[in-house]
Write a protein that binds this ligand. Sequence first.
Ligand code: ADP
Ligand code: MG
Length: 469
Amino acid sequence: MAQSVVLKGPWGPAAPEPPSCSLTEVMSEQLATQLEEENQDYPPLTGPSADLLPSSSSSSSETTSDLMLAQMLQMQFDREFDDQLLREEKKFNGGSKVSISFENYRMVHPYADSDSSEDEVDWQDTRDDPYRAEKPQTTPRRGFTGKGKNITTKHDPVACGRKNTARMDNFAPGVQVGDGMGMDLKLSNQVFNALKQHCNSEQKRSARLHEKKEHSTSEQAVDPRTRLLMYKMVSAGVLENINGCISTGKESVVFHANGGSLEARPVPGEVVLKVYKTTLNEFKNRDRYIKDDYRFIDRFSKLNPRKVIRLWAEKEMHNLARMGSAGIPCPAVVLLKKHILVMSFIGSGLVPAPKLKDAALDRADLEEAFRQVLHVMQQLYQECNLVHADLSEYNMLWHEGKVWLIDVSQSVEPTHPHALEFLFRDCRNVSTIEAFEKRNEDHVQRRGKKCFPASCEDVGPPLQPDSDD
Ligand code: ADP
Ligand code: MG
């Protein structure tokens, strides 16, 4: 008898068959397999960067891949941040002469920011690296360790390599040694020596560059601090722009500039900036012009040499002011800022007035110039209570039919212990000006006598112009 047999297990009815998959699920699985097969047709990625890419076939656990992926994304993000920073830096600085660097805000150090595959490994943070560099084994004096087969000599490449890696620590600060120190890196002697040599030559090169830079700043007196001061004058509107250098002397550099306005007062259209050199060599020889000047005597002794230079600028300012109020043609002081003295420009249209030495004067002008020189010397002594102390045809300019006195930073009062000596020298300098001498010779020929006998022993008062001169 056929009986429908219901199959029953001892544990009750058999478990129901798993429900069949839906068509879409089957399709997607098939699609995935198909895609995987297609992928296998492409050549596998090679090169070290391929290791970093998260791949489904890689045996590495998922956590590691995620970490790498995160790190790569972070790297990408950081680079984009740096690019943005660079754009902002450019925008911020614009065409300005002084630029501000945003370098410190960069996320990726420029050394690390390279596309080479080696750097892909370099940027990884090795702080969490479980590897700790072992202290390099020191080889005992006898030159080997161990016994029998396990003997290790000091020439063992592994020991040597590790020692070399540790030695990179002694490279000059600022040398990028990468993560080598944190890894079990074995640097061969050849590589280590090449690195060391490169490091040394780089150091020498940078020292040379630095030296050159220092030298050039001292030559042109425009060290970064001075440049900043000049820039501040422009940005404060005192100056409109600084055009260029008129003269580079031993103690100062003179620049031409266009004036703006200072505290609502207009500054002359054309001005000069006399920048006193911040190198002290030349000023050392000139101490006596300032240290015995009672106006500066107590301050001089208390100041460091760098600040003494500011005194020179200040002294010139005071002397010019005195001369200006006595009506002596001289530059008018606009502003004194540390070792930079701004004063009016003698000349016009960017062309400075010629020095008396270079001025091509006709006979009448020569007569007039000579008369004026004697007059201003007298005024300087009697009305300003000053002795120029460096009066020569180089420190007098000829402009608009007048003799202008400049360069009075060394001028002293007659009470200065050497004042008469300086005055004598000034008189002698003036009396030996070639153009004036020629004029005298003509005079001699005409009159048969020399008007101004200039003997070396004669230290008299400033020469009086002859009535018929
Ligand atoms: P130094 O102490 O270096 O001799 P100076 O004051 O004599 O400095 O200036 C050097 C040169 O700069 C002068 O010979 C002159 O040609 C130029 N110079 C200085 N001051 C002025 C000025 N106010 N206007 C025009 N040129 C000037
Ligand atoms: Mg001079």
